[in-house]
Ligand binder design. Structure first.
Ligand SMILES: Cc1cc2nc3c(=O)[nH]c(=O)nc-3n(C[C@H](O)[C@H](O)[C@H](O)COP(=O)(O)O)c2cc1C
Length: 190
């Protein structure tokens, strides 16, 4: 079983970075094979441009798209770690999806028939928020995330969303609750 961690946060002092560290520690202790794609550290270009479109329309990919697709192909479980920014994913993560989860790699369309080409792989999504759970629940937040991320992206491409975990109100959490949150990760990743 091979794991691919796709991580987006610019700050190595962030809670998200601590989440990444906790996930890596668990995978290492379990003797799992894994790779980390740290999108900010890689300075991943998130803009799907004309050249990408032209290659994509021929069913081809080059450069970092081709390289990232190779990583995804080799993995059985994709672990996405990112904070919620503006009720969605940071632009660098969205751009990774725009460019790497390309047609005829991540999904195919034959008329109205859609095939998720990443079928057989699992997705684990770990998100953090600034706002508390109750406030977000009142705005229909989890339902919105389910539609835009789980259904609209991951399941669309055939991935089975095994876990979608939220850590809420992270900036207000004290050291003890942060530690408890990090300990919860062991229940998600096995
Ligand atoms: C650009 C930006 C947009 C944000 N949008 C939201 C949001 O829509 N909902 C929310 O609950 N928190 C939002 N936040 C707060 C972050 O989600 C929160 O600070 C982060 O999850 C905490 O984890 P970190 O310490 O690893 O950054 C936003 C933060 C930034 C920088």
């Amino acid at each position: 079983m091979k794991y691919l961690i796709i991580y987006a946060h610019p700050n190595p002092e962030s809670f998200n970075h601590a989440v990444l560290g906790a996930v890596e520690k668990i995978l290492k202790a379990a003797g799992r094979t894994y790779e980390v794609r740290d999108l900010n550290a890689m300075k991943f270009n998130p803009v799907l441009d004309r050249a990408d479109f032209e290659l994509g329309s021929k069913g081809k990919a080059a450069g970092e798209i081709e390289r990232e697709q190779r990583h995804i192909k080799e993995a059985d479980v994709l672990i996405f770690i990112y904070p919620i920014w503006w009720f969605g994913m940071p632009a660098i993560m969205k751009g990774y999806i725009d460019r790497v989860f390309a047609q005829d790699f991540a999904f195919s369309m034959d008329g109205e028939r859609l095939t998720g080409l990443l079928k057989g792989k699992k997705a684990v999504i770990i998100n953090t928020t600034g706002a508390p759970r109750d406030l977000l629940a009142g705005m229909g937040y989890e339902d919105a995330m389910k539609k835009t991320a789980e259904i609209g992206i991951f399941e669309f491409c055939g991935l089975e969303v095994a876990v979608h975990k939220y850590f809420y109100a992270v900036p207000d959490a004290d050291e003890v609750s942060r530690r408890q949150m990090l300990e919860e990760i062991a229940k998600i990743i096995s």
